[in-house]
Ligand binder design. Structure first.
Ligand code: AMP
Length: 395
């Protein structure tokens, strides 16, 4: 079965065509600058990336171009549209309505629309992608896979905020959590590597990318996670502040003569590693800066690693134990320095680092020593494959 996996942003569209029988990626690509001008980077498996500049006035035009490339005599990997058997869409926010993936129907679309308020930057773009695909492939079954769904198993004591209860009743104001597809994929893979039934494991997944979150997975279920109502809560990230004293909002707004929305924008886009270092949000730049003696780059890396270690400690408490910790995403899979700093802070758990394992990047590796009391792994995430699997399961 060929599954087209779609991840639509407001001006971008990431896709992969996956053969679900072999789980091979047949082609992948990215449309950028949709509604501005339009650039498509398309990579058929085993071939060079082709870059196509072509007007993309809307997402429908972008999807049309993607299909043209997938079926192109030279760059294509299928001969016609009829070889796409299903489409899996990443949807960011499913609110409390979606605790799992769903086959897309008019009712499901209406329910996703009802969650728009909770993710105003993401959900409308995801819906545009769904409509564009339905328009061009009216007979192909489609599935919505939600970033929030995996975390719907959190108990109320983990997801409720210490705010008037009426806000939860009136506005559904609570912790939702994100990166659920990745946390679930990595937790399951970690249990497999351990040779254990996930139902009998306590695993902490550290999804450390430009956006970063940690999840406590007890018996295969999310019981707590660091992101909240929005992805701004929790860890300090590439450009996001993560959790701060909420009183800071009004304080900065007064001092800098800005609106609360402007301050939130600064906390989303100009804070975190970028804000602290004044250099970059990219961890490669920060490491280079640190090696050249830039103290603020070093401080940014130390703050990040410290926060990761502190949340891991919190989640050991949340689960009353831990069997394994898994690092994933760009930083988790590749940043040897950050992993070492985090693990050094976890000596009290009986964790010891396998330096050779930890020196490896981007591959499934045990990075703790054989006698470490808690197993620590690097486990590459694969959200697209997870979406394809969910899609096949429902179709
Ligand atoms: P993501 O959002 O998962 O794509 O992760 C982006 C982050 O991963 C950036 O801060 C990158 O610097 C970091 N990253 C990606 N590849 C590497 C690498 N080879 N070494 C160190 N950091 C990396």
């Amino acid at each position: 079965m060929n599954v087209l996996v779609m991840n639509c942003g407001s001006s971008s569209l990431k896709y992969q065509l996956i053969d679900s029988d072999t789980e091979a990626v047949l082609a992948k690509g990215l449309c950028e600058r949709i509604t501005i001008d339009g650039v498509l980077k398309h990579t058929p498996a085993g071939k060079e990336t082709v870059v196509i500049e072509s007007p993309m006035p809307d997402h429908k035009a972008a999807v049309k171009l993607v299909i043209e490339q997938l079926t192109d005599p030279v760059n294509g990997v299928i001969t016609s549209l009829s070889e796409i058997d299903a489409v899996g869409h990443r949807v960011v926010h499913g609110g409390e309505k979606f605790a799992s993936s769903f086959l897309i129907t008019d009712e499901v679309i209406a329910a996703i629309e009802a969650c728009n308020e909770l993710a105003p930057l993401h959900n409308p773009a995801n819906l545009i992608g769904i409509h564009a695909c339905q328009n061009l492939m009216p007979d192909v079954p489609m599935v919505a896979v939600f970033d929030t769904a995996f975390h719907q198993t959190m108990p109320a004591k983990a997801y409720m905020y210490g705010l008037p209860y009426a806000y939860y009743e009136k506005y559904k104001m609570r912790k939702y959590g994100f990166h659920g597809t990745s946390h679930s994929f990595v937790a399951h893979r970690t249990a497999e590597i351990m040779g254990r039934d996930i139902k009998d494991t306590k695993i902490i997944v550290c999804h450390l990318g430009n956006g970063a979150s940690i999840c406590a997975v007890d018996g295969g279920q999310s019981v707590d996670t660091t992101m909240g109502l929005t992805p701004l809560e929790g860890l300090v990230m590439g450009t996001r502040s993560g959790s701060v004293d909420p009183a800071i909002l009004a304080y900065v707004a007064n001092k800098e003569n800005k609106s609360i929305d402007q301050v939130i924008n600064i906390m989303n886009k100009e804070s975190g590693m970028l804000g602290i270092s004044g250099v970059s949000s990219d961890f490669r730049d920060l490491e280079k800066g640190m090696q050249e003696g830039n103290e603020r780059c070093k401080l940014a890396l130390e703050i990040f690693s410290y926060k990761v270690a502190c949340y891991i400690g919190a989640y050991v408490a949340a689960m009353n134990g831990v069997d394994a910790i898994a690092f994933t995403a760009g930083i988790g899979e590749n940043n040897v320095f950050v992993r070492r700093l985090v693990m050094e802070q976890l000596g009290y758990l009986g964790i010891s680092i396998d330096e050779e394992g930890n020196s490896r990047r981007g591959e499934e590796t045990l990075i703790s020593t054989a006698d470490s009391k808690v197993l620590v792994y690097t486990v590459p995430t694969n959200e697209e494959l997870a979406i394809a699997r969910e899609t096949v399961a429902l179709v």
